[in-house]
Design a protein around this ligand. Structure first.
Ligand SMILES: [Zn+2]
Length: 420
């Protein structure tokens, strides 16, 4: 029987070999991910990120890819003083193989976690087949799954048909501001994207995702003595508050679009008219047109607040993760991955979410993708984060089977991409 005669829900010989491969690696994968979890890689821990990146290089050299570390540009942040400062994050790890092959896949993930050094660094068995530890699910487990799937695929007979670029970022939890251009470059060249954020504990994956924007809005007024010459003062807090009221009033005006002013950094002593106010806010929107609408509204609210006498300011930010709605390409890819799950006896559900990840960015590059192919787990971004241990080989099997199906055409990557 030829590979292309075998349906998605059945196992070809190459599939069976790939599954044998990943299942034999279960203990090795567990050992690898617990070792990785023990190294703190909080997003602002440059030392930890730089210490960890070479471990990734060594691991990905187990594939046939050319592996490199690429220094990232500093991440710009608006300080509490209203000016910009840079943070030098860790490098991006990029691994590419067979760039001339007819089918190209981009695989992404991040090696940073939300946990600063010294906050959550223990790994413990919490029973029920679950392991608790920082980044086990989100997403050092996912990187482990990705790597073993690639190795299983490359041990098979169809690798010449499929090339890939892996991009592992040091800054996903803070928005991929340093790594986005490298993700976009790789994603544009690919037919399909596979990202290894954790699946839910019950195995379900993410469908549509909203887009996410962050803004730092700086207002400048004029300080004055609040007792002696208050008439010379121009309160930046009033401008920031005016802006905040206008933005919050936008909630409920358009379906699925939400605005949240998270903080106002402003002011000091009560006898000084405050000259600086910084509003930090977030916004989520379900599709491109509503994101555009939302951005326009935020800028209009800013302009209106700047109408106050002698107030001026700056808007920093915008939609750093554009929406990833369901479309024909996503629906088709999801259907194929569901059918692939059946070959493993897995019922894969896809649920829409307001959360965001690199899958948004890959979609924005014009590439359909599945973004929750990592381990099953839960309680992420808390000290109760856990990974379901057996899902390491389960999900590596799923990813390997997806690669096999893209390579042998049971998943028609070019057609799916053309549906975008
Ligand atoms: Zn993550």
């Amino acid at each position: 029987m030829k590979a292309d005669e075998i349906k998605l829900g059945e196992l070809s010989e190459a599939d069976q070999d790939a599954l044998k491969h990943v299942r034999a690696q279960q203990d090795f994968m567990l050992e690898r991910v617990t070792g990785w979890s023990a190294v703190n890689t909080g997003s602002w821990n440059a030392e930890g990120l730089n210490k960890f990146a070479p471990l990734l290089v060594k691991a990905f050299e187990e594939t046939e890819a050319v592996v490199e570390l690429i220094k990232t540009d500093p991440i710009e942040k608006v300080t509490d003083k209203g000016d910009l400062s840079g943070f030098q994050s860790g490098p991006v790890m990029r691994a590419s193989a067979r760039p001339g092959a007819p089918l190209q896949v981009v695989m992404t993930g991040h090696y940073d976690t939300v946990f600063p050094a010294g906050t959550f660094e223990t790994i413990q068995d919490i029973g029920d087949g679950k392991l608790n530890g920082p980044g086990l699910a989100d997403m050092k487990g996912g990187i482990t799954v990705m790597l073993e799937a690639l190795k299983a695929f490359e041990a098979g007979p169809m690798k010449h048909r499929l090339g890939y670029t892996v991009v592992l970022s040091p800054d996903e939890e803070t928005g991929n501001f340093a790594s986005n251009s490298l993700i976009m470059d790789a994603a544009k060249k690919a037919h399909i994207g596979l990202t290894f954020e954790p699946a839910m504990e019950d195995g379900s994956l993410a469908g549509a995702r909203k887009g996410s924007a962050v803004y730092d809005i700086v207002f400048h007024g004029r300080s004055a003595h609040a007792g002696r010459n208050p008439e010379d003062g121009r309160s930046a807090i009033m401008a920031a508050a005016d802006f905040a009221m206008r933005v919050e009033a936008l909630n409920g005006q358009r379906e699925g679009v939400t605005f949240n002013v998270g903080s106002i950094d402003a002011g000091g002593a009560v006898n000084i008219v405050p000259e600086l106010g910084i509003c930090r806010m977030g916004c989520r929107a379900p599709d491109g047109p509503s994101a555009e609408w939302a951005d326009k509204q935020v800028r209009a609210a800013f302009d209106a607040a700047c109408q106050r006498p002698d107030i001026h300011g700056h808007v920093h930010g915008g939609f750093y993760r554009p929406p990833k709605p369901r479309n024909a390409a996503q629906d088709e890819l999801i259907a194929k991955v569901k059918a692939t799950g059946k070959a493993l006896g897995l019922t894969l559900n896809f649920n829409d979410t307001g959360g965001v990840c690199e899958g948004n960015n890959v979609f924005a590059a014009g590439t359909p993708n599945i973004d929750t192919l990592g381990v099953r787990g839960g309680r992420i971004h808390s000290s109760e984060e856990f990974m379901v241990v057996s899902s390491l080989s389960e999900r590596a099997g799923l990813a390997a089977l997806i690669l096999n199906r893209i390579a042998d055409g049971r998943i028609d990557a070019k057609k799916i991409k053309s549906m975008m």
